[in-house]
Design a protein around this ligand. Sequence first.
Ligand SMILES: NCc1[nH]cc(CCC(=O)O)c1CC(=O)O
Length: 287
Amino acid sequence: MKLRIGSRESVLAVTQSQLVMEAIRAFDPSIELELVTMKTTGDKILDRTLDKVGGKGLFVRELDAALLEGRVDITVHSCKDLPMETDPRLPLAAFSKREDPRDALVLPAGKTELDPSLPIGCASRRRAIQLAALYPDMEVAPVRGNVQTRLRKLDEGQYSALVLASAGLKRLGLEGRIARYFTAEEIIPAAGQGILAVQTQAGENYPCLAAVADQDGTACALAERAFVRVLDGGCSSPVAAHGVVDGDTLILTGMDENGRRDRISGPVSEAEQLGEALARRIKEAAE
Ligand SMILES: NCc1[nH]cc(CCC(=O)O)c1CC(=O)O
């Protein structure tokens, strides 16, 4: 059997797709794996922040098309880059174990503290809103591009620091650049942060994906995505959600676009309902 894996072409995306490929290979070494990389709209438009580009799924459209047209068999995504509503023809077949979900502060090479005359760079409104509360005296400015591009801009002296997902930095072997971790209370992560999602065509069944799927990762992804879906947030909205599994209990913290936070807990088996319930509660409190 041969499996073609569709991926964005950034170093991080390829690294993540290779993690999925390794898990599949360990499960069944006889499966022939082929990585097919492509640029997405989000990779091509680099001069604007994503909420100005508009539209949902800027990092997935081309991969969805490849899957629908049968040019690839599965696609691998950062769960947090996926729109909350996915095409029913392209179900999410597996959610991985979660890498560190926290956001992290990265300083320019050689620096040990923030330069107050330069802005903190971050790529999402979710981070910008929460950073403004943590650093009321610092300016926060947008930064675009893949992780390597952002780090180059940082080291060239355009920013006092960047806030990036520690998951991406760790997977790229750049953990050493992390100056400070933000707890999930200081900066609530994006829904799905640190989790990989594998998408297939509806009706296809790949038993090897059992080697990728993780119970806790799945529960968190479902709860966090349900929360954001009910609040009608997309991957570029500032809505944040973070689940933690403790035994049979899922504890979900969420934040709406006005920074209102709330928390809910309940059975892991009701992950999606918990996400929806928390979102409704925050909506009612806002009315
Ligand atoms: N939007 C880009 C993106 N998508 C996923 C990650 C990191 C890996 C992850 O969170 O799963 C990143 C980089 C970042 O936010 O720093």
